[in-house]
Design a protein around this ligand. Structure first.
Ligand code: PLP
Length: 432
């Protein structure tokens, strides 16, 4: 749950990456995202152990969880590939110096401009989400008079339901994502007529925060069964299968996520035995697309507590200098978080607070009942597990400036995102 380098130092302060977070708050201000690079690298290594069982595996980080230049650099060093879902993510990745060949471009409504940008950069693979996209890809390719081979994979709606929150379940039949199974053979026939497009394989993503390995085993079987059916009927061999992301993590003590190494190795073992069972004609490349589980635990957010509002016989609010604009997950889908007072790590947690944000929504509450030491104005609150889907989902609501982000590693801090300035806030405004 906490970054792996977390400890309490001799002054009773939280330390991450060898640095006292209170000093980080003083130096960089709050609210502040802090990412522990050792945790990121360790998670990447855990994922990479799948290659001990099934060497033909690609770990493609789903960068929607956190798309910033510095993170692409670190994960590139760890040998990962990348999912992107927009030209903005692709642009950021290219800015980091990552090879476009390592890119899988997802999205259920890629714009013409995005397709054109990705084609011109010769990205590794388009993850085609619907039939219109194939036609648009074709039109744009021909208009640009390109010559290279375009590799695609097809996202199918697997009709597998993973046990997760409904808002983040994406594999059901009525999902807005993917091609229905009954449309697939028609799509394959159509693609066969396009000389410069090669369909490498099939893709499925069934949801997020999944703690159970069984749905992934079913995904592997479904993808291989469908691939074998395509081979039998059309003599076209799917060389890759992508089982998406979605492995769950611990946000609070109530969450019981799997150990990543066991989990991914279990998937690989199942793949190997199923390939044998159905006698699939080749060893496909297995693609995993973790987002949250790679980066969430590495991140914490530091806030300064301001006003404290006590409502007799009801609750006590501790109000921080951030909230739903830097972490919209609680207000969006009731996500739960844990916190500490980073300058009072050794003090008894004998009070219960509602941690509220500063934004103009009553629902802007980060944590409902948080047991903490007695809080004073100026204390630094640390919220854990904010490395994924926090900055990437953040907004400028109330024209508030987005926080800065620092990477910490081996006792060094590196500012990787500058805090937005007041002039950033009006940079796109045009006077009448
Ligand atoms: C296609 C695809 N792959 C991977 C992911 C990453 O999921 P997670 O961050 O839960 O691992 C998502 C998340 O929405 C996705 O849509």
């Amino acid at each position: 749950m906490k970054p792996i380098t977390s400890k309490i130092n001799s002054t009773g302060h939280l330390e991450i990456g060898g640095l006292d977070v209170i000093e980080l708050a003083k130096k960089h201000g709050t609210s502040l995202y802090v990412m522990d690079v050792a945790t990121i690298r360790s998670m990447a290594n855990k994922y990479n152990t799948i290659k001990e069982i099934y060497p033909k595996t690609i770990i493609a980080y789903a960068s929607k969880a956190l798309s910033i230049t510095a993170l692409y650099q670190v994960l590139d060093e760890e040998g990962l590939f990348f999912d992107v879902v927009s030209d903005g993510e692709l642009f950021t990745l290219l800015n980091a110096g990552v090879s476009p060949q390592k890119v899988f471009f997802h999205g259920n409504n890629k714009t013409n401009a995005e397709i054109e940008f990705a084609l011109s950069k010769k990205i590794g693979c388009f993850m085609v989400d619907n039939l219109y996209e194939i036609e648009r890809l074709q039109k744009i390719y021909e208009r640009l008079d390109l010559r290279h081979k375009v590799e695609i994979m097809i996202r199918i709606t697997p009709e597998i339901e993973a046990h997760t929150h409904d808002f983040i379940a994406t594999g059901k039949r009525d999902s807005k994502f993917g091609i229905l199974k009954e449309e697939l053979l028609g799509a394959i026939d159509y693609i066969k007529t396009i000389p410069y497009i090669e369909c490498r394989g099939l893709h499925v993503h069934i949801g997020s925060q999944i703690f159970d390995i069984k749905p992934f085993d079913v995904v592997v079987e479904t993808l291989l069964d469908i691939s074998l059916d395509i081979y039998t009927r059309k003599q076209i061999l799917m060389k890759d299968i992508s089982i998406g992301g979605g492995i769950g993590i611990r946000y609070t003590e109530a969450d019981d996520p799997p150990d990543i190494e066991n989990f991914v190795q279990g998937i690989a073992k199942h793949l190997k035995s199923y390939l044998k069972k159905i006698n699939y004609p080749l060893e496909p490349t297995l693609i995993l697309e973790p987002g949250r589980s790679l980066v969430a635990n590495a991140g914490v957010t530091l806030y300064t507590v301001g006003n404290i509002k006590n409502i007799p016989e009801s609750k006590t609010y501790a109000i921080v200098d951030g909230g739903m604009a830097d972490n919209p997950r609680p207000i969006t889908y009731g996500a739960l978080y844990c916190a500490d007072i980073a300058n009072k790590m050794n003090e008894e947690k004998n009070k219960v607070y509602t941690i509220a944000g500063k934004f103009c929504e009553s629902g802007d509450v980060l944590i409902k009942d948080s047991a903490l030491p007695k809080i004073a104005d100026g204390d630094i609150l640390v919220v854990y597990v904010t490395g994924a889907y926090n900055y990437s989902m953040s907004s400028n609501y109330n024209r508030y400036r987005k926080p800065a982000m620092v990477f910490v590693e081996g006792g060094q801090d590196k500012l990787v995102l500058r805090r937005e300035s007041l002039s950033d806030i009006i940079r796109n405004d045009v006077k009448v």
